[in-house]
Design a protein around this ligand. Structure first.
Ligand code: G4P
Length: 576
């Protein structure tokens, strides 16, 4: 009976494991994780809003901006954000669309630009390049694209603001090719621009979708016609129709539909045209995006050979057979390099960002973790690879704009905020089960430098503050080789990083200083009082010891004197 019970529980466990594996695989397959890269004012916020509207994550346009402006009601973790009306933190937004789960990692633009922007991009699986139709490729786009390229991300290009006078589509294709060596495959093609913007030609369906202004509301329902439909003659002006037919022919000459591999490797960018503000072309983009974008991919990791072999046996064996370092066991080493499948049943995650003061009342720090493999469960216990510390993830949160919600579960590609002071650092690997660690997040070449100085009597608090900011990755700290220059040199990729450091040093170090002052004052008072008491006591003891004979003598004299006084009072006759 015991054997039968044992085998039935084994069977149940196997069934539960198979069910978990099936669920993880299904969840990973429907996840699309992406970041929008653009120059400020290209329309990223507007585009984000429209994307969220389609998923029902927000109910009216303007909500993202409104939330950003009303941050005090939700998070207001930094007054600096409110002062400048910017989003310093790169937050993640999750919503559902046609059965897919979309994770948008927000990357702040230009003046808000910082190393965090790069790191966030490092946690994305796909990049959406948002281009202002009139301006084409702009400086900030170049920087961000370089990071996307470094990571081999698939890139999707959306040319925005077609309702304003814009460059010709071929000019933008040429810019992409010249600047980034990126081949384009237009999925939609614009018909005119500015006042003459009539709509887009949708290549997969061979249909023309007519432009209708939607303003800030929901999607505009646009009329659709076959490309050769004679009815178009009465709708689109003759010269524009002629131009469209020529351009469609040219597009066919330019290239066939790219393969999924060409898109996934980032060699070819699917291209879309529209107007985010007028909610035109966004739905076409989104439908195409969910079918072409890649789900979370396997991640490079280092770990116990048995563990990685179990997670990714084919890669390990193939790599070790060709003798490369990846997947091969170093002589005498206890770990190998390989890849972790997002569909593995073992949970692992990467801390890619730390944000302090999300809630100023608690002065907390939130660690943003990207789930890399397995299933995340609220309350689960994980190990931090760097320290070996076991941490219970009891309060996982998901951010939406700046508001938070408790997360119950998560899968590869999801971003989860963890509040756990001191437990995490940027680049930390956390895992449950088999031991593994991900390679460190690369640090990016700083472009701006500044000295950070403080008053001489505050050096200790200052050093502590600098150390804390360094640990959080808020800024890089360098020291001069000149021994006479002891002030740290701050190195950053964006001006904002300096402002954040200054603000945080002032805001947080004031508390440290105040605390120190009060502590020192109290300590001194107690010390002085104690010292005085002990000193007086000792002094008295010594004094008494030294002069005890004299005391006794004086005492005797005093007593004798009193007695004599009494005697004299009784013995002597009154007249003497
Ligand atoms: P960003 O986050 O990339 O900085 O850009 P954002 O969405 O804030 O857009 C910058 C400006 O461009 C906004 O105008 C926005 O309305 C406008 N815009 C965005 N998409 C389109 C579009 O498709 N067509 C046109 N014509 N304009 C667009 P603003 O005047 O700065 O702000 P607001 O008063 O409109 O909010």
């Amino acid at each position: 009976t015991a054997a039968a019970a044992g085998s039935s529980s084994d069977g149940e466990n196997a069934r539960a494991a198979a069910e978990l594996a099936r669920r993880i695989a299904a969840e990973v397959a429907r996840r699309r994780n992406f970041a929008i890269i653009s120059h400020p004012d290209a329309g990223k916020t507007t585009m984000t809003e429209k994307l969220l509207l389609y998923g029902g994550a927000i109910h009216e346009a303007g909500e993202v901006k409104a939330r950003a402006n009303a941050r005090s009601a939700t998070s207001d973790f930094m007054a600096l954000e409110k002062q400048r009306g910017i989003s310093i933190s790169s937050t993640a937004m999750t919503w559902q669309y046609q059965g897919s789960c979309l994770n948008l990692l927000d990357t702040p633009g230009h003046q808000d630009f910082s190393e965090d922007t790069y790191r966030t991009l490092a946690a994305a699986d796909n990049a959406v390049l948002l281009v202002d139709g009139a301006k084409g490729i702009e400086p900030q786009t170049r920087k961000l694209f370089a990071v996307a390229r470094l990571r081999g991300l698939p890139v999707f290009t959306f040319v925005n603001k077609m309702d304003r006078p814009a460059l010709n589509g071929f000019e933008i294709i040429e810019q992409l090719e010249k600047e980034f060596g990126l081949q384009s495959y237009p999925v939609t093609w614009p018909i005119g621009s500015g006042d003459r913007f009539c709509g887009v030609y949708h290549r997969p369906s061979n249909k023309v979708l007519l432009y209708a202004k939607a303003g800030r509301g929901k999607a505009a329902a646009s009329a659709q016609y076959e490309l050769g439909d004679p009815a178009l003659a009465g709708i689109i002006e003759a010269d524009l129709r002629e131009q469209l037919m020529e351009e469609v022919e040219l597009l066919q000459i330019l290239g066939d539909e790219p393969s999924a591999e060409e898109i996934a490797s980032g060699a070819v960018t699917p291209m879309y045209f529209g107007s985010a503000f007028n909610n035109f072309g966004v739905d076409l983009f989104l439908q195409s995006f969910i079918s072409l974008a890649v789900p979370p991919r396997p991640a490079k990791a280092k770990g116990n050979p048995a563990v990685l072999a179990a997670l990714e046996p084919s890669e390990e064996s193939s790599s070790s057979s060709n003798g490369s370092s990846s997947g091969s066991k170093a002589a005498g080493s206890t770990s190998i390099e390989g890849t972790v499948s997002p569909e593995s049943t073992h949970f692992s995650g990467l801390v890619f960002k730390l944000q302090a003061n999300m809630d100023p009342k608690h002065r907390d720090k939130v660690a943003f973790v990207r789930v890399v493999s397995g299933k995340f469960d609220k309350g689960m216990k994980v190990k931090v690879a760097r320290t070996g510390r076991v941490v219970s993830l009891s309060r996982p949160q998901q951010m939406f704009a700046q508001s938070r919600a408790t997360v119950q579960e998560g899968f590869a590609g999801d971003v989860i905020g963890l509040t756990n002071p001191g437990a995490f650092a940027i680049g930390d690997t956390i895992y449950a089960g088999p031991e593994l660690s991900f390679p460190p997040i690369p640090s990016f070449s700083p472009e701006l430098f500044a000295y950070l100085r403080c008053a001489p009597n505050q050096k200790k608090a200052f050093a502590k503050g600098v150390e804390g900011l360094l640990g959080e990755g808020a800024v890089q700290v360098l020291y001069s080789t000149d021994e006479y220059i002891t002030d740290p040199i701050l190195a950053a990729v964006g001006q904002l990083q300096f402002e954040v450091v200054q603000y945080r040093m002032k805001d947080e170090c004031v508390f440290v200083l105040l605390f120190r002052c009060v502590f020192v004052l109290l300590f001194r008072c107690v010390f002085v009082l104690l010292f005085r008491c002990v000193f007086v006591l000792l002094f008295r003891c010594v004094f008494v010891l030294l002069f005890r004979n004299e005391f006794a003598f004086n005492q005797v004299i005093a007593e004798q004197g009193e007695k004599l006084g009494e005697l004299s009072a009784f013995a002597l006759p009154p007249d003497s």
